[in-house]
Design a protein around this ligand. Structure first.
Ligand SMILES: Nc1ncnc2c1ncn2[C@@H]1O[C@H](COP(=O)(O)OP(=O)(O)OP(=O)(O)O)[C@@H](O)[C@H]1O
Length: 248
C-alpha cells in the first residue's frame, strides 16, 4: 500500500449527551477516493468538520499529509480544500470577487488564468459578474466546487458535493472531479447519500452508523458481502438493521 494521506485513530466527538462520533479509526491511501456513507445523523459531517479542524475532537488523533491536525493543522491547510453545504460565501460579492478572495487566501499563483480555467470547467463564465447571493442553489454548488479546486488541493474533503445539482449538472461535476483526481493524484474523502455517485467515484466505502464504522470495503465487495445487487440496497439493509435494533 502507498502512503496514507489521511490517518484517523480512535476519533470521538461528544456534544453534551450526544455521541456524534464514537471512536472511529480509518485511513485513506494517497490518490484514492473514499466515501463516508451513513443515514441521517450517522456522524459524517461531524467527522469531516474535525478533519478540517472546524471542530475539536473530544478524543483521538487525525493526521493529514503527515500533519497532526489537532495540534497544528496550518502546515496542511494550504494543501487541502473542501466543499460543504454548511459553509456559505459572502452574498454581496460577485462570483469572480469571491473566487479571487479565496485564490489570494490560498496564495494561488496566476490567479486570473486559474479563475478562467475553473470558470470554463464549471460552466461559470456567464455567472462571474453576478452577486453570489443572487445565484440558484445549483449554481452556488458549482461555485463552491470551483472554490474547492482553486489551490489544486492534494486532499479534498467534500460533504454532499452534488446535493443540489440537477442530474445533468451532477453528472458533469462527477466527471470533472474524477478527471481532477486522476490527473492530480489527489486524495478525496466525500460524504454522500447518492449511491451512484459513490459507486462511480469511490474506491472504498466507510459505512457509518450511530457514530461508528460498521463496515468498510470496496463498493463491489460490499454488494457481494451483503448478497445484494446495488450499494443502495446494502445501505438500506444496514439502516433497517439499525431501526430494528433501536426498536428493542
Ligand atoms: N452542534 C451540535 N450540537 C449537538 N449535537 C450535534 C451537533 N452537531 C451534530 N450533532 C449531532 O451529532 C450527530 C451526528 O450529526 P452529523 O451532522 O455529523 O450527521 P450526518 O451523518 O452528517 O447526518 P446527515 O446525513 O443528516 O447530514 C447527530 O445526532 C446530530 O444531531
Amino acid at each position: 500500500m502507498g502512503n496514507l494521506a489521511i490517518e484517523v485513530c480512535r476519533l470521538s466527538k461528544r456534544f453534551n449527551s450526544v455521541v456524534a462520533v464514537d471512536g472511529i479509526s480509518f485511513s485513506v491511501p494517497q490518490g484514492s477516493t473514499c466515501a463516508l456513507l451513513g443515514g441521517n445523523g450517522a456522524g459524517k459531517t461531524t467527522t469531516l468538520a474535525m478533519l478540517l479542524g472546524l471542530l475539536l475532537p473530544t478524543s483521538g488523533s487525525i493526521r493529514i499529509l503527515g500533519v497532526d491536525m489537532v495540534r497544528n493543522r496550518y502546515p496542511a491547510l494550504s494543501r487541502m480544500n473542501f466543499t460543504s453545504p454548511y459553509v456559505d460565501l459572502p452574498h454581496r460579492l460577485t462570483v469572480k470577487q469571491n473566487l479571487d478572495v479565496y485564490a489570494r487566501l490560498y496564495g494561488v499563483r496566476h490567479r486570473s488564468a486559474r479563475l478562467r480555467t475553473l470558470a470554463e470547467s464549471f460552466d461559470l463564465e456567464t455567472l462571474m459578474d453576478r452577486a453570489y447571493g443572487s445565484l440558484s442553489a445549483g449554481q452556488r454548488t458549482r461555485v463552491a466546487l470551483a472554490k474547492a479546486l482553486l489551490n489544486e488541493p492534494e486532499v479534498l474533503l467534500m460533504d454532499e458535493p452534488t446535493a443540489s445539482l440537477d442530474p445533468a449538472s451532477a453528472d458533469t461535476i462527477r466527471t470533472l472531479l474524477k478527471t481532477y483526481q486522476e490527473q492530480s493524484g489527489a486524495t478525496v474523502l466525500l460524504a454522500s447519500h447518492n449511491m451512484q455517485e459513490v459507486e462511480r467515484l469511490c474506491d472504498r466505502v466507510l459505512m457509518l452508523k450511530q457514530g461508528r464504522i460498521v463496515d468498510q470495503d470496496t463498493p463491489a465487495m460490499l454488494v457481494q458481502k451483503y448478497g445484494r445487487e446495488s450499494l443502495e440496497q446494502v445501505f438500506i439493509d444496514i439502516a433497517r438493521d439499525q431501526d430494528r435494533r433501536s426498536a428493542y
